[in-house]
Write a protein that binds this ligand. Structure first.
Ligand SMILES: Nc1ncnc2c1ncn2[C@@H]1O[C@H](COP(=O)(O)OP(=O)(O)O)[C@@H](O)[C@H]1O
Ligand SMILES: [Mg+2]
Length: 227
């Protein structure tokens, strides 16, 4: 499903160039569950942003389902991102003045889904994530774990094939963090491909395939044997 070939990204940090991605080769099959680990600054977020089409590499190729993403225009990439990819961030990135329901619904509003089609899909997700009682609450009225569940619902409302999560439990206590991971794993069990950046080794070990990064390179790619 995904093929990265010799992907490179360099940032300028003051007058120091930083090689955030250094010739990364990676293949990911549909339905896989990967964690990405490594020290701070090793390029984990940069890798995820590339996969999520939030950023462009300097060189190399990114193939997603036989489409070369790096060859597309800005609009083309945005369209593919909206259609195929959901993104979950450590800091939730919800819209403060919209309710939980409206945050979840937003991607459907933006792609022109009619209100009568939107309602049942949003209600189903609210129920599934145990958020019905919080549907009309604003983000600041929700706990961290609830906010992250709203963010996950928003990320999957358009049924993407790829779900990317960058330290999704980084701001949560271990109990709500565990709930969030279980939700992500449930979605993966239903077929979505899941790539999760984490600095929590115990969480990272739950993934069937684990990548370690250092200095922009893939250091290790470890996979459980098939049961
Ligand atoms: N927008 C940016 N501008 C300048 N440097 C950046 C930017 N994003 C990332 N970097 C640098 O690239 C390197 C990798 O960053 P990042 O991918 O965020 O690492 P990680 O997520 O593993 O902590 C770091 O040295 C970081 O400072
Ligand atoms: Mg990061």
């Amino acid at each position: 499903m995904i093929r990265l070939q010799q992907l490179c990204k360099r940032y300028q940090l003051g007058d120091e160039p930083v090689q955030a991605l250094d010739h990364v080769d990676l293949r990911i099959n549909a339905g896989e569950y990967l964690s990405v680990m490594g020290p701070s600054g090793s390029g984990k977020s940069t890798l995820l942003n590339m996969l999520g089409l939030l950023d462009q590499p300097d060189s190399g190729e990114y193939w997603l389902d036989e489409l070369e993403m790096t060859a597309l225009s800005e609009e083309g990439r945005a369209a593919e991102r909206n259609r195929r990819i959901g993104f979950v961030f450590q800091a939730y990135h919800l819209i403060d003045r919209l309710s939980a329901r409206e945050n979840i619904e937003l991607p459907l509003v933006l792609n022109g889904t009619t209100p009568s089609e939107r309602r049942p899909r949003v209600n189903e997700l609210l129920q599934r994530l145990g958020l019905e009682r919080h549907a009309e609450h604003l983000p600041h009225q929700l706990s961290g774990g609830q906010r992250q569940r709203v963010a996950i619902a928003r990320a999957v409302i358009r049924k993407p094939q790829l779900l990317l999560a960058d330290e999704p439990t980084g701001n949560l206590d271990s109990h709500s963090g565990n709930d969030v991971i279980e939700l992500l794993e449930e979605l993966n069990a239903e077929g979505i491909t899941l790539v999760m950046v984490t600095h929590d080794a115990a969480m990272g070990r739950r993934a069937r395939r684990r990548l370690w990064m250092q200095d922009g390179q893939l250091l290790k790619d470890e996979q459980d044997a098939h049961a």
